[in-house]
Design a protein around this ligand. Structure first.
Ligand code: URA
Length: 440
């Protein structure tokens, strides 16, 4: 069959459905460079408006996964469970969940990403630990997965290169927010990463890609269906990102908060998400016979120090300074640490995650463009969240900055994150839904 890219674009423009073969030819040509970016971009825009069927989306996922190496980790671990978050503000879940799950004998090998725009990245958080190395070869990755049971590294260029290329193109052509393109992008990397089971955390709210619960549910259902169709065990949580998760936002600050949680403390909302997601990973891997048992196992590992021990072992294995996680005051610290005070008395009715995420960008803790350096020490620690009462003049948060100018700019900006009310507001649920394959 001959393949004509113009006809491929026209078919989608006119609302047609692609065959498996057409999608394969497109992905192969685009990866090899015989299909130019402008044609791929035109097609992505056609998908943005016309959508794709679940079957087309599954084909695109698999072809993008097959565009590079597909990891087989079964020589070092019999069953691989992965977790993926669609990205948010204060989302340091992997830092606590990884050690918990690994401490129960279930190996976790995760390829993570970096901070971009207002969303944080696990690799940047880990790099706030002096010496921590996220650049591992596949051999090193596998070796540590076998010996420690926990490894977190940057994605190699060999995994799903078609997605790397298409995502970069979508980023500059206004075609990121398409549910089938997001679903295939995320799932192609998970499939290429060698996962047998995947727990997804689809964030919803101002600080997330998905702004409404119905949209988040659609994305979650599609990803669960793609994974299940490829014989992966799947579960997807839809969790709140209207306000930041936990209290800390900022790389070293989030590591500190994760350390608190690994000692059995930390904020309740953060712990709740860790327990839910880690519990579901155990359930999918048959390490527990019920959700209740799985959750109890996670709680036990957080409280008895076993997850903490695994975290220390993992940090040491990747060259991180164990002293600085055992004594978190040795982690990077900002020179200015001053409160933002409540301008009025009242209940906090809104604490906008997007505004907090953008202020992290102002402080220099996140990046606008790929490759930009960041300041690991800066960020925000929340003292009150939605539903809490605050008296005028009491601290709402502490801003950690390394320049007076950036502090002043962030402070003004952050005041806009809050709304207050005289009546107790409705606090959004932390977990909106859990999507499992039979429901999708
Ligand atoms: N994250 C991804 O990896 N891909 C997308 O398209 C959106 C978010």
């Amino acid at each position: 069959m001959s393949f004509h890219m113009v006809e491929f674009i026209e078919k989608k423009r006119d609302g047609g459905e692609h065959s498996e073969e057409e999608i394969r030819r497109f992905v192969t040509g685009f990866t090899e460079g015989t299909i130019p970016d402008y044609q791929a971009a035109a097609w992505a825009m056609a998908v943005f408006f016309r959508g794709m069927t679940p079957v087309e989306t599954q084909h695109l996922t698999l072809e993008m996964a097959r565009s590079g190496e597909i990891l087989d980790l079964h020589d070092v671990a019999p069953f691989i469970v992965d977790k993926h978050s669609s990205g948010g503000v204060g989302d340091k879940v992997t830092l606590a969940l990884g050690p918990v799950v690994a401490s129960l004998g279930l190996p976790v090998g995760k390829m993570s990403g970096r901070a971009l725009a207002h969303t944080g990245g696990t690799l940047d958080k880990l790099e706030s630990i002096p010496g921590f190395d996220v650049n591992l070869t596949i051999e090193q990755f596998k070796e540590q997965l076998g010996s420690v049971g926990l490894v977190i590294a940057g994605q190699t260029h060999d995994l799903a290169p078609a997605d790397g290329k298409l995502y970069a193109l979508r980023d500059v052509t206004g075609t990121v927010p398409s549910i089938p393109l997001i679903a295939s992008s995320i799932m192609s990397k998970k499939i290429a990463g060698g996962a047998d089971a995947i727990v997804l955390d689809v964030k919803v709210g101002s600080g997330a890609f998905m702004k409404t619960v119905p949209e988040a549910r659609e994305l979650a259902r599609l990803m669960v269906a793609i994974g299940a169709g490829l014989d992966r065990r799947m579960a997807a949580f839809i969790t709140d990102m209207s306000q930041p998760l936990g209290n800390a936002v900022g790389n070293a600050l989030e590591v500190r908060e994760a350390i608190d949680s690994l000692h059995g403390g930390g904020p309740d909302d953060f712990r709740e998400i860790v327990v839910a997601l880690a519990g579901e990973m155990l359930l999918l891997a048959d390490k527990a016979s019920s959700r209740e048992e799985a959750r109890a196992l996670v709680e036990r590992q957080l409280d008895n120090g076993e997850a903490w021990k695994k975290f220390v072992e993992f940090v040491a294995a990747q060259g991180g300074d164990v002293n600085s996680v055992e004594n978190p005051d040795m982690l990077p610290t900002a020179s200015i640490r001053e409160p933002l005070k409540a301008p009025v008395s009242g209940y906090i009715s809104r604490l906008d995650a997007l505004t907090v995420g953008k202020s992290e960008l102002i402080l220099g803790g996140a990046r606008e463009k790929k490759g930009e350096p960041i300041d690991h020490a800066v960020g925000i620690v929340l003292h009150r969240k939605v539903g809490d009462w605050v008296e005028k003049g009491e601290p709402l948060m502490t801003i950690h900055a390394n320049s007076r100018e950036k502090f002043d700019e962030a402070r003004l900006f952050l005041l806009g994150a809050y709304e207050f009310s005289d009546e107790p507001p409705v606090v959004p649920p932390l977990i909106h839904d859990l999507i499992l394959p039979e429901e999708s």
